[in-house]
Design a protein around this ligand. Structure first.
Ligand SMILES: [Zn+2]
Length: 357
């Protein structure tokens, strides 16, 4: 076989092999590698061309034409394969990104108010409608506002470390220790002082807020909420206190609840009374929750002790007042039949959902 015949055969074999490889390429990357292998500077076609130099000059044009024909065939086949693979890649990409417009949308869970906060707002609103102004005070208090001004003597057990959270290394300008307020009653002192700065009573305040005590069990939490309500005016009486309580409790529980005042002792009121309501679960006939008494204790109340009024400089001959503080969690538990206070603070969404939060 002459050299030229051998070269032509080589070219034919190369073309067949390359076309088959192009057609079988799985993707554009592989096709790119094949282009280099067959048509690149150091590729298979270049290798065959080296043989052309050995031919006599008169035979070279003929083989040159064959080489060009193979080159063109390969280039055309490459382009075609490239087009097919690019289209396939685009199809796959679109497939992967396809949006099913018939799928239902993702539901975002809706946030809601915590049952305790909701209760707090309900209660505050009822007093607000009765004409009580809303006031707030600091949660970090000094001993004067939390104890002394409220006629709580130094030996009172509430002032002990095991009942009250005192704040280490913190004192007010007078050097008194600071503490987390144990009740909302200090707002009485602050509001009365503010009132005197601007004028004279009457003064009717509702003060909702957080309070803190060293306590933790089924019915006690170290942090809980109170609503403090008080009024200072001329000729205040227990009858007015009872009327306000009756209206508030019946409105909050959404039914006419009987109430009774039981004599009690609080340092900051005199006389003082525990307030009971007819059991909202058994309507007074007796059940496990009211311990078969037909009554539920809901809050402490009384006529503001003259010592408290005097502590802020209110003339006790001219003015008197009533005050009570209620536990928000306690009332929300009674209204909704919740057995354990701790449910409010465990953040279990199943409980919160059932509460409509
Ligand atoms: Zn009962």
């Amino acid at each position: 076989m002459s050299d030229i015949e051998a070269l032509k055969q080589q070219l034919g074999g190369l073309q067949g092999e390359a076309l088959a490889a192009f057609a079988a390429a799985a993707d554009l990357d592989e096709l790119g590698e094949l282009r280099v292998r067959y048509l690149g500077k150091k590729g298979r076609l270049t290798e065959v061309l080296k043989g052309v130099g050995k031919l006599p000059p008169e035979e070279r044009p003929a083989i040159g034409q064959s080489v060009n024909a193979v080159k063109q065939a390969l280039a055309g086949a490459l382009q075609e394969a490239e087009g097919k693979l690019a289209a396939e890649a685009a199809r796959l990409r679109i497939e992967a990104e396809r949006v099913d417009v018939t799928l239902p949308g993702r539901r975002r869970p809706r946030g809601a108010m915590h049952p305790v906060h909701k209760g707090l707002q309900e209660m505050t609103a009822i007093f607000s409608q009765m004409g009580f102004a809303i006031a707030e005070g600091p949660e970090i208090e000094d001993e004067f506002h939390n104890f002394d001004a409220l006629n709580i003597p130094p030996e009172h057990p509430a002032r002990a470390m095991h009942d009250t959270f005192f704040i280490r290394d913190m004192s007010n300008a007078e050097g008194e220790p600071m503490l987390l307020r144990t009740h909302t009653s200090p707002v009485q002192i602050r509001a009365m002082r503010r009132c005197l700065e601007e004028g004279e009573p009457p003064l009717a305040i509702v003060a909702p807020g957080r309070v803190y005590r060293c306590d933790y069990d089924v019915t006690h939490s170290p942090m809980f909420h109170q609503v403090e309500v008080f009024k200072v005016d001329r000729d205040m009486s227990l009858a007015e206190l009872k009327g306000v309580l009756q209206h508030f409790l019946s409105t909050y529980f959404e039914k006419d609840v009987p109430i009774r005042l039981r004599p009690h002792y609080f340092p900051f009121t005199e006389p003082s009374a525990e307030v009971d309501i007819g059991c909202v679960f058994c309507s007074g006939s007796g059940c496990r929750i009211c311990k078969h008494s037909g009554w539920l204790e809901v809050l402490g109340s009384g006529m503001i002790h003259p010592n408290v009024l005097a502590a802020v400089g209110i003339d006790t001959d001219a003015y008197s007042g009533f005050a009570f503080g209620l536990g928000v969690e306690r009332l929300v538990m009674l209204k909704h039949g919740i057995p354990d206070l701790r449910l409010f603070f465990e953040n279990d969404v199943r409980f919160l959902r059932r509460m409509g939060a």
